[in-house]
Ligand binder design. Structure first.
Ligand code: SAM
Length: 273
């Protein structure tokens, strides 16, 4: 970094990993073999990229900060299985970055903290048959991702992520392993997508239901949903769906599990054009 006068940019979430043990833990969580194609978001100064390239068959790594190009040219020199792409991941279709055809690619990333959730949803909603996604995120975000109902950090992020994936915590990471050190702890999360198809109507109802319920978490289901009955096929449709699922309109929406949100969205969605 000194040689290329790289000064980490706070605004881009540049906290670079500088610890061989943690790099190994992240790579282990991805269970890589030479048959794997891996997409990495945020190359940084290439520490994780190098570790991934040693374990996987092919690594495609996307970095928004073009000033890192000279340093990365040296760090990644001779790594023939690494393809470095400069740009904002949110502006790319992830499928278009991967070789075609590709079977069950993986994602591994130490994510920039300021756009963690937009990047995760961008990847999950890309229609790519991911086999596994391993992320290093702020511990507070990891806690919300894995939380069951009834916990005070259970919210829209928990429901959305858990309905797409099985989520596991694979380790807590202290600030000391980064340059520069962040203020908070981080955690490794391992996501395994569920083989579940969201029809467009189900997906629309699902995201509407989740956003509405958690924007007024203390309201019961009836009061929470009355403002969006028309978008869910009408009050009778919603009441019938609740009855069919054995849910009580008087219970708080925040008590619903991800599976119950999904089932409710699916039943409501079936009566929508
Ligand atoms: N992988 C490296 C490591 O583990 O040391 C760097 C991780 S650092 C937390 C996040 C990286 O993501 C930074 O290098 C930052 O420039 C990059 N980044 C930030 N926003 C991005 C975006 N929208 N698209 C692609 N990369 C981005």
């Amino acid at each position: 970094m000194a040689k290329y006068q790289v000064v980490p940019k706070k605004g881009l979430g540049q906290n670079f990993l500088a610890d061989a043990n943690i790099l190994r833990k992240i790579v282990d969580a991805a269970e890589l073999t030479v048959a794997d194609v891996v997409l990495e978001i945020g190359t940084g100064v290439g520490a994780l990229t190098t570790a991934l390239a040693q374990a996987a068959g092919r690594v495609i790594t996307v970095e928004t900060d073009r000033t890192l190009a000279p340093l990365l040219a040296e760090v990644l020199a001779g790594r023939d299985n690494v393809q470095l792409v400069f740009g904002d991941i949110l502006k790319y279709d992830p499928a278009a970055l991967l070789p075609s055809p590709v079977t069950a690619p993986k994602v591994v990333a130490n994510l920039p903290y300021y756009i963690t959730t937009p990047i995760i949803f961008h990847l999950l909603e890309a229609g790519v048959p991911w086999q596994r996604l391993v992320f290093l995120v702020q511990k507070e975000v990891a806690d919300r991702m894995v939380s069951p109902p009834g916990n005070k950090v259970y919210g829209a992020l928990s429901v959305m992520i858990q309905s797409y994936c099985h989520v596991e915590l694979a380790g807590v990471v202290p600030p000391t392993v980064f340059i520069p050190r962040p203020k908070v702890h981080s955690a490794i999360v391992k996501l395994t997508p569920r083989p579940r198809e969201f029809s467009p109507a189900t997906a629309r109802c699902f995201s509407l239901l989740v956003r509405t319920v958690f924007s007024s978490r203390r309201k019961n289901l009836y009061n929470s949903l009355r403002g969006i009955f028309s978008q869910l096929g009408g009050e009778a449709n919603v009441m019938e769906a609740l009855r069919a699922l054995g849910l009580d309109p008087q219970q708080r929406g925040e008590t619903l599990s991800p599976a119950e949100f999904y089932a409710l969205a699916d039943l409501c969605g079936k009566n929508l054009k």
